[in-house]
Write a protein that binds this ligand. Structure first.
Ligand SMILES: NC(=O)c1ccc[n+]([C@@H]2O[C@H](COP(=O)([O-])OP(=O)(O)OC[C@H]3O[C@@H](n4cnc5c(N)ncnc54)[C@H](OP(=O)(O)O)[C@@H]3O)[C@@H](O)[C@H]2O)c1
Length: 332
């Protein structure tokens, strides 16, 4: 397979530190250019990572005929506008999560998605630990699924950080609540019917800093999550079945340089004593994500999660936000 020629839209930290280095490990991804609003920043990132071309504007990158695919890690309010601009330039787009601010905004991508490939960058769905946990569920080993509990938190009170700016799509729900929603849909293999939310907003920033929610997946299946942008860093997924339990130790930010593990527990002893660990060798989920999308571009694999999936996710995030206002269950 010929490697796909990628262009990187901005010097965003996630791209510079995680996603682009991950992609550059792969023979399927050729990262040929990076753009920034500031030419010097673009050159700095190009030099740091060994990228051949640096552009001082996003438009110049989109006009480069050599580039086939764009990675878009701009702040959330620019996901749809710049994905549309990239698509208009004939480029496929891997766009960071959440794909938009609202489902209606994400719908604007529909026509473009019939001309180029557009996908939302949920790298977690490429990690073998997620695949294995789902295999264990499907095997019936933990019985019927009843409940999923998710915590995802970090501490970031920097007023300059995009997560703390309400007008550009900040807040915990959009930043990390979206992972809880994806996890529920992935492990239950179903869509939630209704949701209810409790949000605590930062009094200065106005963004939600701690959000908890209950999601009803029907047939007695419940998901409860807490995400927080101003709590001690922690993350865990617990999946409870009638006969067993699965725990994913580092479910979202699985490191690219140390092994990860999940536990499968038949519950016969308390305190994790009956939990069996399953280890996963070192793997870079961002590399896997870049490779998967490159294969789809080359027609070597189907697009497992395209725009429709991203819009469904946004509809759930919309319902979670509506519930803050109505203080009631909201249908999705
Ligand atoms: N998948 C993951 O693991 C993961 C992890 C973290 C974040 N993310 C997502 O990635 C995106 C970027 O997050 P980040 O933490 O990397 O952000 P960041 O470091 O703040 O980068 C955002 C970049 O966007 C550009 N930009 C354009 N207009 C801007 C504006 N009005 N304000 C601020 N920046 C602007 C800037 O690049 P230039 O100055 O170079 O133009 C900036 O460096 C978000 O959508 C986030 O949800 C995903």
């Amino acid at each position: 397979m010929q490697p796909v020629r990628w262009g990187i839209l901005s010097t965003a930290k996630i791209g510079r530190v995680k996603v682009v280095p991950g992609m550059m490990k792969s023979p399927l991804c050729d990262v040929v250019a990076v753009a920034s609003r500031d030419a010097q920043s673009a050159r700095g990132m190009a030099e740091e990572l060994g990228i051949a071309k640096a552009y001082g504007s996003y438009e110049a990158l989109l006009a480069d005929p050599e580039i086939e695919a764009i990675y878009n890690p701009l702040p959330n309010h620019l996901h749809v506008p710049m994905t549309l601009a990239a698509a208009a330039a004939g480029k496929h787009v891997l766009c960071e999560k959440p794909i938009a601010i609202t489902a209606d905004e994400a719908e604007q991508l529909k026509r473009a998605a019939s001309q180029v490939l557009i996908a939302e960058a949920f790298m977690v769905r490429h990690h073998p630990q997620w695949h294995r946990a789902r295999d264990v569920i499907r095997s019936g080993d933990i019985g019927e699924l009843r409940s999923i509990q998710i915590i995802f938190s970090y501490f970031n009170a920097d007023p300059g950080n995009i997560r703390n700016k309400a007008d550009i799509g900040g807040g915990g729900l959009l930043d990390i609540g979206c992972y809880a929603v994806v996890a529920g849909r992935y492990f239950f293999d179903a869509e939630p019917l209704r949701v209810v939310t409790l949000m605590d907003r930062d009094p200065t920033f106005g963004v939600d800093r701690t959000t908890s929610a209950l999601m009803d997946f029907g047939a007695g299946r419940q998901l409860a999550f807490t995400v927080s942008t101003q709590s001690v860093p922690y993350q865990r997924v617990q999946i409870l079945g009638t006969k067993g339990r699965i725990e994913i130790e580092i479910p979202f930010n699985a490191p690219p340089d140390v092994p990860t593990r999940i536990f499968v527990d038949d519950g016969s002893m308390h305190g994790n004593r009956s939990a069996r660990g399953i280890d996963f060798p070192v793997v870079d989920q961002y590399r896997l994500q870049g490779e998967a999308f490159s294969r789809v571009i080359r027609g070597a694999a189907p697009l497992d999660y395209g725009l429709e999936d991203a819009i469904l996710n946004m509809r759930i995030l919309d319902a979670l936000r509506r519930s803050e206002t109505t203080a009631a269950w909201e249908r999705v």
